[in-house]
Design a protein around this ligand. Structure first.
Ligand SMILES: Cc1cc2nc3c(=O)[nH]c(=O)nc-3n(C[C@H](O)[C@H](O)[C@H](O)COP(=O)(O)OP(=O)(O)OC[C@H]3O[C@@H](n4cnc5c(N)ncnc54)[C@H](O)[C@@H]3O)c2cc1C
Length: 487
């Protein structure tokens, strides 16, 4: 019989990862949240509650010679958070804030913490302050991402002049294959700092992270409808006017000449601290699902509804951190299927990078390509990134425009291959313009595309083996590329 405390703990763990209560002898299967296309059988799924428990799990796996995979909120889609038959560590219970240096704006937290909890904690700690700290950036499109998953993917938000997340990281502690904690920063173990950020969990488990915060600001949203041909200029103007965040959400109606050409251009400028926060209209989970349903069934109206909504929020004011939070339903695919029927499907994301001046030309050619491949785009956006000159496997090799596509993918071999074909062709369009793509949303790129965009990839694999010679930390994504580029 469980004690009350054990019962509460077991119930909490079950809510987090229901697979861990699998009966002895029953197989444990895990999957990614967004595409649901990475169903993987793991040997064990463990949820450490303390960093000591975590070190013990790692040491025990090392003694037994078993591979370990590391997962956060499981949003990745390339199979980098799971490894078949590995001990999968679910990091989400390592979620405490450890310290908050309010003088210097440095917050240290366990890496399993998710953005909403991190934001809630620092706001609570500063509730009596007139000047407050805030995160600089997080991912858009959803909030349930762990800090560790975000570091390992070196993510970005919608900053108009920001580098990826590495630029906001002061230091972190990484548990290596011996269960030893190593502090990494720009001054200590710098090579490991540069490898593990954007290292997709292959260098050890990031246990704690010290994040550098920025002053919290009030922002005003400015919304307009813009044509792709004007985008590079409009982005430049907004940056010159000191706007901090912004993106362009394009029409996904492939039957219209507006397809990938017209979009909602929303940017955020700082306003006086005495201005009231007035953001009466916002998208809730149900509104988001409704828009998604329209994007599946009636893309002309989806864009109209979306742009009308956004235009109606022109002039609203927001806080710089909470304005980055987004509605998202993890079980959207199932809910949509209940409403509109049809074959099993979901969305796969890809992110393509091109030199900013090539953006209009790229979008025009991408529209042609997606039409002729009969590919359905459910959602897409354009953002900017500044060059990352720190991480080893940097995806932001230059100061690029980033084009994000969510493609509707049927869960059939033909359906996945159709999306793969379009993704490869989009990557091809980027490469001819000196651009690139985000490495881990999927494994569809051709080997020569990987090498063209990530010429340091083989050295990255060598570096992984330098720091983890027994290859304790693995993923199916790693195994795929290790085989592909075996030397
Ligand atoms: C709807 C949606 C929107 C998105 N928007 C953006 C966006 O705006 N910008 C962007 O850059 N990305 C975006 N992404 C990609 C997503 O941000 C990354 O996949 C992110 O890392 C996921 O975090 P997670 O907690 O789900 O980690 P997981 O997917 O579980 O893991 C991600 C990687 O981190 C590793 N990892 C996890 N925890 C640790 C740890 N403690 N120590 C070491 N390694 C660890 C895993 O092994 C894996 O390689 C989006 C994805 C989705 C589905």
């Amino acid at each position: 019989m469980l004690t009350r405390r054990e019962f509460i703990r077991t119930a909490a763990l079950f809510a987090l990862a229901p697979e861990i209560l699998a009966e002895p002898g029953r197989e444990i299967w895990v999957n990614d949240v967004h595409s649901q296309l990475n169903r993987t059988r793991v040997r064990e799924l463990l949820v450490p509650r303390t960093r000591d428990e975590l070190a013990e799990i790692v040491r025990s796996a090392s003694q037994k010679g078993l591979p370990i995979s590391l997962s956060g909120c499981r949003h990745s889609m390339g199979g980098q958070q799971f490894a078949t038959d590995s001990i999968c560590i679910d990091t989400r219970s390592l979620n405490r804030v450890i310290s908050f240096d309010q003088e210097h704006g440095l917050i240290e937290a366990e890496a399993g913490i998710q953005w909403p909890e991190l934001i809630r904690t620092y706001l609570e700690a500063q509730r009596h302050n007139s000047r407050r700290w805030s995160i600089a950036q997080k991912q858009t499109g959803a909030d349930t991402f762990t800090l560790g998953g975000s570091l390992s993917s070196n993510v970005h938000g919608r900053g108009l002049a920001m580098k990826p997340l590495i630029s906001n990281i002061e230091s972190f502690n990484l548990t290596n294959a011996e269960g030893k904690s190593i502090r990494c920063s720009r001054d200590e173990n710098n090579e490991l700092f540069r490898a593990a950020i954007g290292g997709y969990g292959l260098f050890g488990l990031i246990g704690t992270v010290t994040l550098r915060l920025v002053p919290r600001q009030k922002l005003r949203r400015a919304v307009e409808i813009v044509h792709a041909s004007d985008l590079p200029k409009r982005f430049e103007e907004r940056i010159a006017q000191k706007f901090l965040y912004g993106d362009f959400q394009f029409s996904v109606d492939e039957k219209s000449p507006d397809f990938l050409q017209r979009g909602v251009f929303s940017c955020y400028e700082p306003v006086d601290e005495h201005e009231p926060i007035v953001a009466e209209k916002k998208l809730r989970d149900d509104d988001w699902l409704d828009l998604l349903r329209l994007a599946y069934t009636d893309r002309e109206n989806a864009f109209k509804r979306y742009s009308d909504y956004y235009l109606s929020t022109n002039g609203q004011t927001y806080w710089s951190d909470t304005s980055q939070l987004s509605a998202y339903l993890p079980n959207y695919a199932q809910k949509l299927r209940e409403q509109i029927g049809g074959e099993e499907s979901s969305l796969i994301i890809t992110e393509i990078y091109v030199p900013r001046m090539d953006l209009p030309d790229f979008l025009a050619e991408a529209a042609e390509l997606l039409r002729s491949n009969r590919t359905i785009v459910i959602y897409g956006t354009v953002r900017l990134i500044e060059k990352d000159d720190e991480s080893f496997l940097a995806w932001a090799k230059e100061s690029y425009a980033c084009i994000i596509f969510n493609l509707l993918t049927l869960h059939t071999p033909g359906g996945t291959e159709a999306s793969a074909r379009s993704f490869r062709a989009l990557i091809g369009l980027a490469i001819t313009r000196g651009g690139s793509y985000y490495l881990t949303y999927h494994k569809f790129a051709k080997p020569e595309q990987v090498m063209a965009c990530y010429p340091q990839f083989k050295q990255f694999l060598d570096l992984k083996r330098k720091y983890d010679p027994t290859e304790r930390f693995q993923s199916d994504w790693y195994r795929y590329y290790r085989k592909l580029f075996a030397t």
